[in-house]
Ligand binder design. Structure first.
Ligand SMILES: [Zn+2]
Length: 142
């Protein structure tokens, strides 16, 4: 029977949306929360995927951006400053919206979950919450 599991991950990160006409154009940060949801047939163990194994797969991706500035490469004002300062930054080719962060995680995790030992997994959903009241979500088949 198709069964869903989910686990949340949290990190702190700064960003800005330079093209935004409101407050989001300023440098600011969020306490991000991400829900990773997987659907598939449970294995003989009774698990869709061991939560410990899920944590092992996702934690390195979260560590990469925790307490970093997520910088769109077109935002040369901030990118130049971050490079010169030596402070932790991750450079990406897209506006750093919750939608794009969700897609970024989805694309990288889809490759992992499509691996040979995880053929029983059918669907992946990534939900990114920047605030308690908003989220963006990307989902698709594996
Ligand atoms: Zn923001």
């Amino acid at each position: 029977m198709l069964t869903r599991i989910a686990k949340d991950f949290r990190w702190e990160m700064a960003h800005r949306l330079p093209e935004h006409e409101g407050g989001c154009r300023n440098v600011h940060g969020h306490s991000y929360q991400m829900w990773i949801e997987l659907a598939g047939e449970p294995l003989e163990s009774g698990m869709v995927l061991d939560y410990f194994d899920l944590k092992e797969l996702v934690d390195p991706l979260v560590a990469e951006i925790d307490h970093a500035f997520l910088c769109s490469r077109t935002d040369t004002l901030i990118c130049d400053f971050m490079r010169e300062s030596g402070l932790k930054a991750v450079y990406v080719d897209w506006p750093t919206t919750a939608e794009n962060i969700a897609r970024w995680f989805f694309e990288r995790l889809r490759v992992t979950f499509a691996g040979a030992s995880m053929k029983h997994l059918r669907e992946l959903r990534v939900r990114i919450q920047e605030t308690e009241r908003t989220y963006a979500e990307v989902s698709g088949l594996l």
